[in-house]
Design a protein around this ligand. Structure first.
Ligand SMILES: [Zn+2]
Length: 558
């Protein structure tokens, strides 16, 4: 019986999934303070026949009394899970723990001493010791993209918790971690917008400057990186304004600098070839909207609002508003830019939330603006797209990865593409998706090659959906966003939690440098060969089972 090991929020739909159980009826049994258990619900097991096959659905959505429960169906029973208001809170504690244990340049108890004191960022003849922030994954890499986004996510969550007066102890832990990330963002930067977007590292260096194991990484001027830095610094300035005005002021000053460098970089050919995390025009505009919106909130300066409006038009124009396919028509997904010639796809790191979060921010901040209805419509259409698309993976209701066209493979080299991409393998994967008609296919998992694992994409999309749900008070969308979290922690075909140290039956993850860490999330589930079904082998190997701060940051942001 596959169920959410973290439990179910009081108001959410609640069900567990099974196949091949003989019982016709199941019971929900409340087990707090009572060894015998109290049967609170007895219902028929519902048979479900869909595209993915035959399932049995054990639905107990009507139960809204907080407590610990088990499901029993004939001789089969689950282990206990909760129905409660704050079922996700424990995962936040654990994910914050994961970040704490991924700290670079810090003596992590039981793991390592202060590390990488001889790792340097360089710009011309200038040097900065660049330890700090968080190691990226199972290896020891570090960079602004993930450290910046994680810092932003932590401050965003902290701000919401502050407003609601929630759990001061967790808030303090979260803020301590957010400030740790912020320190690095403020430290590792050179004038002119030169930063470390990403630097690979896979050894514990000896900490002595000037010998053979020193690592030096050249900083680059990358607008994507500068937008991410600006957004994180600006939200930090807002959240820390009362508690640490000096740090808040410094953070805001640097946010304005980074924003200027991003705009200058975006408009000058010098940076266009920056290889690290090259972003599509849609993403770049969306990240620019978020950074501009944060700076507008922090400063009230009109120039940030104007830039947000300008970039918001690019985001809106990048949405595919015409339906594709006649068998299963879909519209509302995003393209790589306003020319709408290519559908936006990712397969590792996910940035799918970017356009939706950006437009939702515009809607909240500028309700009187003439473009408001365009922003709002785009957010609404995206949410409807996700709901419709997720009906293809019922009864799980997992957000599918992307729509693909059957001619896209022609853009892929015959062989030797990025991460061992080949034209034929691309085509085969697309054709294994669900046909929409007119040569369009919907794949549950991205088309990918050597690098597989979908939590970056899945949780980014879930964040986009959650942002749309909040803006529109759309409970169905919020419920669907939660289903993605439930999938990660047990309501999946493996009936296994994939967050290390949370729920039941979680497996060791690939964390070769820093040891096993409670709260770690892997790169994600993969597929086998060209198929489009979830695949989660028992063997522990990168990259799908590698721990990664990217999905962990998305988890906190959700
Ligand atoms: Zn380190």
């Amino acid at each position: 019986i596959a169920f959410s090991h973290a439990g179910y929020s009081l108001g959410s739909t609640k069900n567990a999934l099974a196949t091949g159980i003989a019982a016709r009826e199941f019971q929900l049994i409340r087990v707090d303070n009572n060894v015998q258990g109290e049967v609170v619900l007895a219902k028929p097991v519902r048979e479900y026949q869909g595209r993915l096959g035959r399932f049995q659905v054990l639905d107990f959505s009507e139960v809204r009394t907080p407590g610990r429960y088990v499901i029993k169906a004939g001789e089969l029973a689950t282990r206990p899970f909760r129905i409660a208001d704050e079922v996700w809170k424990e995962t936040i504690w654990k994910v914050v723990n994961f970040f704490f244990c991924e700290r670079c340049g810090y003596a992590v108890p039981g793991s390592h001493d202060v590390c990488h004191r001889d790792w340097q960022a360089a710009h011309g003849d200038k040097r900065i010791i660049m330890n700090g922030g968080w190691h990226d994954a199972g290896d020891l890499s570090q960079g602004l993209v993930n450290t910046g986004e994680a810092t932003y996510a932590m401050f965003a969550l902290a701000e919401r918790m502050k407003i609601r007066g929630e759990d001061p102890e967790l808030l303090a832990a979260l803020l301590a971690e957010a400030r740790w990330g912020l320190d690095w963002i403020l430290k590792v930067r050179f004038e002119g917008g030169y930063r470390i977007g990403f630097a690979g590292m896979n050894i514990w260096t000896n900490g002595i400057l000037g010998d053979a194991d020193d690592r030096v990484r050249e900083a680059r001027n990358n607008p994507t990186v500068n937008y991410i830095a600006a957004a994180a610094e600006a939200i930090a300035a807002r959240v820390l304004r009362d508690s640490d005005p000096e740090l808040a002021a410094r953070s805001l000053r640097l946010a304005e600098d980074d924003w200027r460098y991003a705009i200058a970089g975006q408009e000058s050919p010098e940076t266009w070839a920056t290889p690290a995390y090259a972003a599509t025009p849609m993403e770049l505009a969306a990240m620019g909207v978020l950074a501009s919106a944060e700076l507008y909130r922090a400063t009230g300066k009109q120039l940030y609002a104007e830039k947000a409006f300008e970039l918001g038009r690019i985001v809106v124009a990048s949405q595919h508003t015409n339906y594709v396919g006649w068998q299963f028509p879909l519209a509302g997904f995003f393209c790589t830019g306003p020319d709408r010639s290519n559908i936006f796809h990712q397969f590792h790191r996910g940035n799918d939330q970017a356009p939706v979060v950006a437009l939702a921010a515009l809607c909240r901040l500028f309700p009187e603006h003439q473009d408001w209805i365009r922003w709002y419509s785009a957010v609404a259409l995206y949410a409807e797209y996700q709901k419709r698309a997720a009906s293809s993976t019922e009864p799980y209701g997992v957000l599918p990865a992307y729509v693909y066209k059957d001619t896209e493979y022609l853009q892929v080299p015959e062989g030797g593409g990025l991460y061992q991409a080949t034209r034929e393998a691309f085509r085969e994967q697309v054709l294994n998706g669900m046909p929409l008609g007119d040569g369009y296919y919907l794949r549950a998992f991205p088309v990918w090659f050597a690098r597989r694992g979908n939590y970056g994409v899945l949780l980014s999309q879930a964040k986009g959906l959650a942002a749309a749900a909040q803006l529109r008070s759309d409970l169905a969308a919020a419920d669907l966003a939660q289903k993605q979290l439930q999938w990660v922690v047990g309501r999946n075909p493996f009936a296994q939690s994939t967050m290390y140290g949370h729920g039941y039956d979680w497996a060791q993850l690939y964390s070769v440098s820093s040891g096993d860490i409670v709260g770690a999330l892997p790169v994600g589930m993969q597929t086998r060969g060209a198929s489009d079904a979830p695949y989660w082998p028992a063997q522990n190997c990168y990259v799908y089972k590698e721990v990664w701060v990217h999905p962990a940051a998305r988890w906190l942001w959700l």
